[in-house]
Design a protein. Structure first.
Length: 300
């Protein structure tokens, strides 16, 4: 289906100024069994990868079609590649999100992390990235998400992470999509606060090199110093700064986020906390609605 200019402009404006958060529905191969266990679907109830992905798609479809999952509180949703290629109520997932829920669709494009070096984990190579981005654009995907991890205040490592993020971001921009750059800082890092100061400076330097129209989003760990990323949020090349929960409990993540005036949430586990396959639709929708409301309040 692809994006027309008017839709792209409307989606950009929603991401730039809308009140709400981004739902992360992008658990991939390694994290899917855990996500399903939390949802009350154990490994002995499905056989093989296809059956596993069918179960997680049923869970995601149930979330996407729930009454409270609309752009009143959810601005965007990040999808896994298989979810993008699947359908919700007879429509490709991205189209169902935008047409029926008013929610901007994103695609997770990283293929996982390299081993730790210089206190960081860079992204693994992404074979066929141009083809994937073209397919994403054809499906009506607005943007992408790509994650690497920083484990401490190692200036060389952080510089390498940010350089790689922006290099991939330029490839995404060239395909007509908006990248969410995600250099996560490990919440358990002994030098988390120091790492975040270095990270902010590296990101700012890269943002200053972007030309007008090369606009990106940032997905960052909630900083130790409140308001640290306000300047990044105000940068003319930044559409929005969103926060990852990074292993904090929902309550702690929301409480920390509420102290960041210019960040909104992009949580995954917090969104599906307490949901299970065994719940009636009424109870499922009520539990999801409560999670959405909690994350929304922290984001505004």
């Amino acid at each position: 289906m692809g994006q027309d200019a008017a839709t792209f402009s409307k989606q950009t404006e929603q991401m730039r100024t809308g009140g709400g958060f981004i739902a992360a529905l992008d658990q991939s191969g390694g994290s899917t069994p855990k996500a399903l266990r939390l949802y009350g679907v154990t490994e002995d109830s499905y056989e093989g990868e296809d059956a596993m992905y069918a179960e997680i798609h049923k869970m995601r479809s149930r979330i996407i079609t729930a009454p409270d999952f609309t752009n009143a509180k959810v601005l965007g949703a990040i999808l896994f590649e298989r979810t993008m290629r699947a359908e919700v109520e007879g429509k490709p997932t991205a189209q169902a999100l935008w047409d029926d829920r008013g929610i901007v669709p994103f695609l997770k494009i990283d293929k996982g992390l390299e081993d730790k070096a210089d206190g960081v984990q860079l992204m693994k190579p992404i074979p066929g990235i141009e083809e994937t981005l073209k397919e994403a654009a054809d499906f009506g995907i607005f943007g992408t998400k790509e994650r690497s991890v920083i484990h401490g205040a190692n200036a060389d490592g952080i510089k390498a992470v940010v350089a790689q993020q922006f290099e991939l971001g330029m490839t995404v921009l060239a395909a007509g999509l908006v990248p969410i750059l995600e250099p996560e800082v490990d919440i358990h890092a002994a030098t988390k606060a120091e790492a975040e100061v270095i990270l902010k400076a590296e990101i700012a330097a890269q943002l200053d090199k972007l030309a007008e129209g090369q606009d990106v989003m940032l997905k960052l760990t909630i900083p130790t110093e409140d308001g640290l990323y306000n300047d990044l949020a105000d940068h003319p090349r930044v559409i929005r700064v969103v926060a990852l929960s990074g292993g904090y409990s929902t309550d702690e993540a929301c409480e920390r986020l509420a102290r960041q005036p210019k960040m909104i949430a992009s949580f995954s586990r917090a969104l599906s906390e307490g949901l299970s396959k065994q719940l009636s639709d009424a109870d499922f929708n009520a539990a999801l609605g409560a999670n959405i409301d909690k994350i929304y309040r922290a984001s505004i």
